[in-house]
Design a protein around this ligand. Sequence first.
Ligand SMILES: *[C@@H]1O[C@H](CO)[C@@H](O)[C@H](O)[C@H]1NC(C)=O
Ligand SMILES: *[C@@H]1O[C@H](CO)[C@@H](O)[C@H](O)[C@H]1NC(C)=O
Length: 229
Amino acid sequence: MKNVIKKNTKPEYVATLYTYVSIIVAVKGVDLYIPQLSVALTIVDLSHNKFEGGIPYIIGDLKSLTVLNLSHNNLTGRIPHALGKISEIESLDVSWNQLIGEIPQNLADLTFLEFLNLSQNHLVGRIPQGKQFNTFKGNSFGGNPKLCGLPLPNKCGENLQKPQLEGNGDGEEEGNLLTWKEVVLGYGCGALLGIILGYLMLSTGRPKWFNAIVDEAEHMIMKRQNKRR
Ligand SMILES: *[C@@H]1O[C@H](CO)[C@@H](O)[C@H](O)[C@H]1NC(C)=O
Ligand SMILES: *[C@@H]1O[C@H](CO)[C@@H](O)[C@H](O)[C@H]1NC(C)=O
């Protein structure tokens, strides 16, 4: 798969002395029965194993690889940029692993990529936009809560703004927030008190104790104003 020499001669098949080799292999999410295994078929399917560690970047050297399935393993680390070099790839499935980091932008340049599944990993950040990525739907990226941007519903801006607010270390934001809360609280209490007093006044007429409070308040305000002058 590294050194491809494309021959336009008649197709060659993998065969024993008596019979052709046939296989059933999942390609682009569909189980495919291949009655005669062609030598030109370039599939790497290591799915449903217990492989650990990173995806080796040398996979990027397999220039004629068309199907890569690494799903259902315990692969960690980032998706190597080198995968963007597999120019012939049509189907890439790395779902159900422990992959982290962002999706390499250059995967969008894989013009033959028809099927992609990055679901159920720990990928983060903005999904590459444009080109081949415009053809993929949300089910290619599910189960990565920190991924954002189309075709997923969570917008990237919302995710980015939160840490900015928290990271504003000078405390001004917090101060303003507190004052704002106090104002609302004060206004609310005042309004409630006013309503209660108003109700009492209407229902009982202006009671003596209320007159006393008002007189006292007026007195205090006058005193303050005099002091200021
Ligand atoms: C990858 O392999 C699993 C089975 O091991 C299969 O269910 C899945 O459909 C395959 N992915 C693709 C894209 O064919
Ligand atoms: C990718 O894999 C997930 C989980 O196995 C599945 O739900 C989803 O339908 C797959 N996406 C595609 C495009 O087949």
